[in-house]
Design a binder for this molecule. Sequence first.
Ligand code: ATP
Ligand code: MG
Ligand code: MG
Length: 381
Amino acid sequence: GSTLGVLGGGQLGRMFAHSAQRHGYRVHCWAQDVDEPAVRASDVRSIAPFGDEAARERFAASADAVTVEFENVPAATLRKLAGFSPPRPVRPGADVLAVAQDRRREKTAAANAGFATAPWREVSTKEQATAAPTIARPAILKTARDGYDGKGQVRLGDGDDLLAAWESLGGVPCVLEGRVEFALELSAIAARWPDGTVRVHGPFENDHVNGVLDLTLFPARVDPVVTAEAIRIAAGMAEALNAVGLLTVELFLTPAGDLVVNELAPRPHNSGHVTIEACGVSQFDQQVRVTAGLPPGDPSPRSAGAMANLLGDLWPASRGETGEPDWAGMLHDFPDVALHLYGKDDAKPGRKMGHLTATAGDPEAAARRVLAARERLTASA
Ligand code: ATP
Ligand code: MG
Ligand code: MG
């Protein structure tokens, strides 16, 4: 049988591995730490920094095709994997990752493809941090690279000093972007094949708390025109980047009904977890298909659904106590809710430990179920 290689050891890699195995593949996971969710779920493991050349040779020799579950894999590593003899399909490739790793390139690519972004400018030097203001407040300063779950960001109001904010982020390359007054946040996940065929999961409607995804409703409760436009943008970005593989687009929907590109992720997305239960072919199944050179699956919803994240805050350990959330009690009271745990041992506040999914006739009904089920996890007996 063939082996699919995944770079990154997080929960996205774990759910990819589950799907790949169900499709008859072995999974070789290259992670930088043995104690990661995808490592245990995989058939073959390499634990080494992504720059390690010996690990790269071993990985390339065993993986027939390669994908990523984490965008900060060095583009050079992906280039060398693609150039292995015989060449390994790397989905998506180094050039797509290089764009998605850097907010400056990401926003430029969106604009070049004809899609709106928040107003922004680069703040990478002291001169840029003290230049005459061109971005209206409120604004957000974000590190150009390496941010996730709202980390590496500073919110700036009227009187706040840009130079101090930039220095607080370590004086690294940043972008200052104007705050978009959005009605809703959406996402859509494109999968694109070498012949240009594109299939899009979504749009998803996403609620964030403290910069971290909390709740997803699917399909997004928006006008069909907005749905079509979100799908067009996701497909259009994948085409513009000539991506082969998965590419997620995060979007803001303005009160006027316009869509603004927030950021890109060259991989499955937390908002797409609901596709496991709500679609015939999930985002992970689609990643397997596009990585392995299989035909596209149908991303259309089978039913409406909702997903609620389970962060470490729910665990007694985050409050200095012992024990686990009341899984059995919740599963008893909510037989329609699906539990997904990522196998992480150390629950810390803000850490993504798992999620809950429900399907129902409409997304609000599904959302009520996952929210009530999540509440039930911490209800005292
Ligand atoms: P992720 O975990 O999705 O990779 P991230 O750390 O890369 O997150 P962003 O997606 O840039 O961060 O921002 C996190 C959240 O903060 C957004 O989903 C949105 O709710 C809010 N946000 C970010 N930028 C803006 C903006 N320009 N205007 C309004 N809200 C914003
Ligand atoms: Mg991000
Ligand atoms: Mg984001």
